[in-house]
Design a protein around this ligand. Structure first.
Ligand SMILES: CC(=O)N[C@@H]([C@@H](O)[C@H](O)[C@H](O)CO)[C@@H](O)CC(=O)C(=O)O
Length: 307
């Protein structure tokens, strides 16, 4: 890598992909979306086309258009735009990586393919390497999300020795609940100055204690302001306040989970809380009833006002 690296830290919003009522990508929302994140949530970095963004349900061309819009509108406003480029076909991932580099993205991330799965960590490392060579100057992050990919071997095994084959490797986005594996990732990353970003919003405190450098999540789109307070309390050593905020968030997230919380509910909640038109999810996800989203959004608004 030739250029200097901005370490990815703090809160990163895993963004939704705005769609029109007809189900087409709606790029006109991206500009206001960025302003909302910065002004209302104090969240200045984004992770686009990931799980929350329904990246795997989008075409390669749609993903390119979205990435270009995020980079263009985010220029001079956002700190980092990380583009998720994971696909079933390595050729598609390579094309998206090449494109991300050409539009000035700040980094790329990749999940494991999940239909034909890598047989072991070596095979996955090779896959990530072959994607990274199409954007050799961009920081590359491994996106570990076994609940979605079904690829459950330890992320720490994937990281082991990866610096020798991928010079641009910069860390892991860890969406899993195995704190032993997460801790090993943090330990291994220390000597390389990599970032470990946690992705299970309702368990963030446990990950902070283990030393993660930030968090990527869906709820930071509309609860970022409060989670930023929690991060500040943690940094100041105010453990009581950190715990109170995490417990409140946990119960809030628990409420969301108990109400059947998935990407389509989450997306509708974002529309209700932010006033931005996120539109419906894409099939096979089904739209969430507006009344259900409104009830959850009201809970989120009350919660936000109380903190
Ligand atoms: C499985 C899943 O969607 N996890 C979310 C979480 O933010 C999740 O929505 C949250 O913890 C509530 O359960 C993120 O980790 C996903 C994410 O970062 C992404 O959109 O790529």
């Amino acid at each position: 890598m030739s250029r200097s690296i901005k370490k990815l830290t703090g809160l990163v919003a895993a963004t939704f992909t705005p769609l029109t009522a007809e189900g087409e990508i709606n790029l006109s929302v991206i500009g206001p979306y960025i302003d909302y994140l910065i002004e209302n949530q104090n969240v200045k970095s984004v992770f686009i086309n990931g799980t929350t963004g329904e990246g795997c349900s989008l075409t390669v061309d749609e993903r390119k258009q979205l990435a270009a819009a995020w980079c263009q509108h985010g220029k001079g406003k956002l700190e980092q735009v990380i583009v998720h480029v994971g696909c079933m076909s390595i050729k598609d991932s390579q094309e998206l990586a090449r494109h991300a580099a050409s539009i000035g993205a700040d980094g790329i991330a990749v999940i494991s393919p999940s239909y034909f799965k890598p047989v072991n960590a070596d095979a996955l490392r090779l896959f990530i390497k072959e994607v990274s060579t199409f954007a050799p100057d961009l920081p590359m992050y491994y996106y570990h999300i076994p609940s979605m990919t079904g690829v459950a071997f330890d992320a720490a095994d994937v990281l082991n020795g990866i610096e020798q084959v991928i010079p641009s490797f910069q860390g892991v986005k860890y969406t899993g609940t195995d704190l032993r594996d997460l801790g090993q990732c943090v330990c291994y990353s220390q000597s390389h100055n990599w970032s470990v970003l946690f992705g299970v919003d309702e368990q963030l405190l446990g990950a902070l204690v283990l030393g993660v450098h930030g968090a990527v999540g869906s709820t930071y789109n509309y609860l970022g302001c409060i989670v930023n307070k929690m991060l500040a309390a943690f940094d100041n050593g105010n453990h009581m306040q950190t715990r109170v905020l995490q417990f409140s968030l946990f119960y809030d997230c628990y409420y969301l989970c108990s109400a059947g919380f998935d990407v389509s509910v989450n997306k509708q909640v974002m529309s209700e809380v932010s006033g931005l038109a996120m539109g419906p999810p894409r099939l096979p996800l089904l739209p969430c009833p507006v009344s259900k989203a409104q009830a959850i959004a009201q809970k989120v608004k009350d919660f936000s006002q109380g903190h």
